[in-house]
Design a protein around this ligand. Structure first.
Ligand code: G16
Length: 568
């Protein structure tokens, strides 16, 4: 590495000393901490993003957000050239970079890594790396963004482009679009998802280009986060009169993620702030009221209805049900295209459809999907794992129960679908087969294939419900969730818990798994596991059983075990 480059890093990095006595670690979705100690980490992630751009010779994304965490936290996520999460191979380097004690140590790490990875550095001032920057609405976002810019500026030839306040999925989409040579502004994003939504709706016999019509009403809780402003913009583009945006976070309305948003609603199973008796869902013929919640950076989505008997309780329609809805729809459309009566067209291509879940998936959902004849696989928590697995199929649908998920389509499937559509449009234009091809093509553009996206997911759900003629109740009744409970336990050192088998078994501390198994054995249809969170300083406990009382009691017993094994 040339002296000029070294001295630039030395000079700038000396202004960003790391916090003392803190070990930073790259978690489920990047670094996440109290914002006050993150400046040096974000600066260093700026350097990493520039190196990643040089290595891949592609545009990279850097998003300042702590998603569902409380407002004082912040964090940084990196989007790889595909628009997905940073490759896991680079995570150990991210950890070492964040924890380097002084500028000299930082330089040594960078030099070693650049050589090992054979990263082409440039000295001639040519623009050779490009990083798109985004941030959510947190007050600490602006200063952290400046730190990221300084990190990028520390690598000669690297430039940052500030995309402003955006949702995490918008930034990931922009990175993917840029690397595919497509237009990639926020306007382009809105245009793609609204156009494909209209196209989908246009294929439904009762024609509509609105989010929802008639007596239908959709109310969306935006967690007082970045999704509020963006959903209002999308609603305008869609003329979505029957959609109401609440907890938008605009004009100081409410605190980010405080008793609002997808994480709160999914974990607590009660109404978010701003919802109550007036929102009790009714389902008489076409008239119904359904609610949805986005999380703080709009990459998660759950639906719910407010129960009529107790105003704070909700009937949750979570990521598992979204996965089921999407899987049924895709399977149906493929069935129409390839089914018995279908006209045989181009070839005998058989797309492989797979669904990916985590251990948090309700047992009833996994049984349901398997009964549909689908291939179901489990990965550890974190979309980086699910996404990687889903990419192995021609059509890979992945969802975490918390509402984070999407659909991925392989290049070979897309080519086949386009060829089918072309063939059908000349031989049997307007046929059911051709409509199925057009619907699937619309879905490939409507869904954000870079990462889970609450806004595009919301339009997908709305369009599919309309297509099926289903109410939220009908959707919710696809199967009955097993009662479940999630708890958090604060421990001295969460890294003391090590798991295996997609987080379903604990390897360390020794003895705890046997104790958990003994508790599970006491319950009918009991299942429970623990894992260290990668976004909060806690251990998460999940339990399910045949009754709510049994699930609560199992979760409580397991939480006590966690406390005994880790805090005494
Ligand atoms: C992130 C990840 C998700 C994960 C969630 C919770 O979500 O992207 O895949 O499910 O963290 O992780 P943990 O249980 O390790 O805290 P987000 O929306 O917070 O960025």
């Amino acid at each position: 590495m040339k002296e000029e480059q070294k001295s630039l890093i030395l000079k700038i990095s000396s202004q960003y000393p790391p916090p003392q006595g803190v070990k930073l670690s790259y978690g489920t979705a990047g670094f996440r901490e109290d914002a006050s100690i993150l400046v040096s980490t974000v600066y260093r992630v700026g350097i990493l993003a520039a190196l990643r751009s040089l290595k891949t010779q592609s545009v990279i994304g850097l998003m300042i957000t702590a998603s569902h965490n409380k407002v004082n936290d912040n964090g940084v996520k990196i989007a790889d050239p595909s628009g997905g999460m940073l490759t896991q191979d680079w995570e150990p380097f991210a950890d070492r970079l964040a924890n380097a004690q002084d500028p000299q140590n930082l330089i040594e790490l960078i030099v070693e890594f650049v050589e090992k990875e054979n990263i082409p550095l440039h000295w001639d001032g040519m623009r050779s790396a490009e990083i798109l920057l985004g941030r959510d609405t947190r007050p600490s976002g602006e200063s952290l963004l400046q730190a990221a810019k300084q990190g990028i500026d520390s690598i000669i030839g690297a430039v940052s482009v500030d995309m402003g306040i955006v949702t995490t999925p918008q930034l990931h989409w922009m990175v993917r679009a840029r690397n595919q040579g497509m237009k990639a502004t926020e306007f382009d994003y809105f245009q793609q998802i609204s156009d494909s939504f209209r196209c989908f709706m246009g294929l439904i016999p009762t024609k509509s280009d609105q989010v929802s019509e008639g007596a239908d009403k959709l109310i969306v809780d935006c967690a007082n986060g970045v999704g509020g402003e963006k959903l209002i913009a999308l609603k305008k583009m869609l003329n979505g009169k029957a959609m109401e945006v609440r907890n938008s976070g605009l004009e100081g309305e409410g605190e980010l993620n405080e008793r609002v948003g997808a994480d709160f609603v999914q974990k607590e199973k009660v109404v978010p702030l701003g919802f109550g008796t007036e929102d009790v869902g009714i389902s008489i013929l076409l008239s119904e009221l359904r609610c949805a919640s986005l999380d703080g950076d709009a990459d998660r989505l759950v639906y719910f209805t407010v129960a009529s008997n107790n105003t704070s309780r909700i009937d949750l329609v979570d990521g598992d049900k979204m996965l089921s809805l999407f899987a049924i729809f895709i399977k149906d459309q493929i069935g129409i295209l390839k089914g018995e009566g279908a006209k045989k067209t181009t070839n005998n291509y058989e797309p492989r459809l797979g669904v990916v879940q985590t251990a948090y998936a309700n047992g009833a959902s996994t049984d349901y999907l398997k009964n549909l004849g689908l291939e179901v696989v489990l990965t550890p928590t974190g979309v980086k794992y699910l996404h990687e697995k889903a990419a192995q199929y021609d059509i890979g649908i992945y969802f975490e129960a918390n509402g984070h998920g999407t659909i991925l389509f392989s290049q070979s499937f897309l080519s086949w679908l386009e060829a089918e559509n072309k063939e059908l449009s000349s031989t049997s234009k307007g046929s059911e087969e051709q409509k199925a091809a057009l619907r699937l093509l619309a879905v490939t553009k409507l869904i954000n294939q870079a990462v889970g996206d609450a806004l595009s997911g919301l339009l997908m759900v709305e369009a599919i419900l309309k297509h099926m003629g289903w109410s939220i109740h009908k959707w919710s009744e696809l199967y009955q969730d097993l009662p479940s409970r999630m708890l958090k336990v604060i421990v001295k050192d969460r890294t003391a818990v090590v798991t295996t088998n997609a987080e379903t078994e604990v390897v360390k501390p020794t003895g705890i798994q046997d104790a958990i198994n003994a508790e599970i054995a006491k319950c009918s249809r009991g299942r429970s596991f623990i894992r260290p969170s990668g976004t909060e300083d806690i251990i998460r406990v999940y339990a399910e059983a045949s009754t709510q009382e049994a699930a609560d009691s199992l979760a409580n017993s397991v939480a006590k075990l966690v406390d005994q094994f880790l805090n005494s």
